[in-house]
Design a protein around this ligand. Structure first.
Ligand code: SAM
Length: 310
């Protein structure tokens, strides 16, 4: 069981525990708990992306039970067997349900460890060579030389790319869509409430996961915090921290981080239009574990070619 308990803790409380000045190391000015931990532990803290080799194992452990957006995605794909290109497929949280529903999936993903986890799960579920193809690649630079009935990008991962990356990704998606194809992707929304009128961190909670089988090996637990940074550059920060002591007494302090930026939907629609994609559907999906989060699933189709006579 990944997520055991959620307890309200403010990031300020954690930051005040960061007593010593700590070595002036890169990242010490990061917002939220990540910055506080870097200042507290200095060079003794190893910091990695949550999609690194070790982080991928952690991501898989944490997200394994997350059903968010799966049913909406499957119904948008409909009952007909489709060829699907899934971008940033991760360890298969969305891929496996699509395979179970009979779709053929090409899963493109940057992290080799994620692809290994996905391949192992698909093999264990009996989805052999036919319906699943794994591709190690970058979603903002790919050319697979074929077209698909659908391109899918879930888990609000569009926010992992900056504006130039999104423009390149949308262009590549357009080139890989069949004329009747659809592009389905989700983007983070935050509910506007009095809480978010605060200028700094909100929505901090702690999830404790048993470490066994996780990136740190046996023993201990891992604290995972999700924080909301308000104001300009709004983003959701995910920080997962653990300290591990090996049998020789060596301590390993490790922090895995990820950021989900809040993107303006009107901006996204303009970027899509510039790439030749038109939004034809918007579905609001309720927010999983975080009560103030929701997701918007956008459905896009190739824009009609401009009138050649016009
Ligand atoms: N789709 C999976 C899910 O729903 O659980 C994984 C989503 S996870 C939030 C984001 C994934 O994007 C990670 O597996 C990460 O390795 C991958 N990723 C990040 N940047 C990428 C890029 N430029 N191209 C392809 N994959 C990328």
């Amino acid at each position: 069981e990944a997520a055991v308990e959620a307890t309200a803790v403010t990031a300020t409380e954690l930051a005040t525990q960061a007593t010593g000045p700590g070595p002036d190391r890169p990242g010490s000015d990061r917002p939220g708990t990540a910055g506080a931990l870097i200042r507290m532990f200095g060079d003794a803290l190893a910091v990695e992306d949550i999609y690194s080799e070790r982080g991928s194992v952690l991501y898989d452990l944490l997200g394994g039970e997350d059903q968010h957006e799966i049913s909406e995605l499957l119904s948008a794909l409909g009952g007909t067997r489709r060829s699907v290109l899934e971008l940033a497929a991760g360890s298969g949280r969305l891929t496996l349900p699509m395979l179970r529903h009979g779709h053929d999936v090409v899963a493109l993903e940057k992290s080799p460890m994620m692809l290994r986890l996905l391949g192992a799960k698909a093999a264990a579920a009996g989805h052999g060579d036919g319906p699943l193809t794994l591709v190690e690649g970058d979603m903002s630079r790919f050319d697979l030389g074929r077209r698909f009935d659908a391109v899918v990008l879930g888990a609000t991962s569009v926010s992992l790319l900056d504006a130039a990356g999104r423009a390149a990704m949308f262009g590549a998606v357009r080139r890989h869509l069949a004329p009747t194809g659809m592009f389905l992707f989700s983007t983070l929304q935050m509910r506007r409430g009095p809480m978010l009128a605060q200028p700094v961190r909100e929505n901090t909670h702690v999830l404790t996961v048993p470490a066994a089988g996780g990136p740190g090996g046996p023993g201990g637990s891992m604290v995972v915090l999700v924080e909301w940074i308000d104001g300009p550059g709004q983003q959701r920060l995910i920080s997962a921290f653990r300290s591990e002591v090996d049998p020789a007494g060596t301590v390993d302090h490790r922090l895995f981080t990820s950021e989900v930026r809040l993107l303006d939907v009107a901006d996204l629609e303009r970027e899509l239009a510039a790439a030749g994609l038109t939004v034809v559907g918007r579905e609001q999906i309720a927010g999983g574990r975080e009560p103030d989060r929701s997701t918007l699933l956008l459905r896009c189709v190739p824009s009609p070619d401009p009138d050649p006579d016009g």
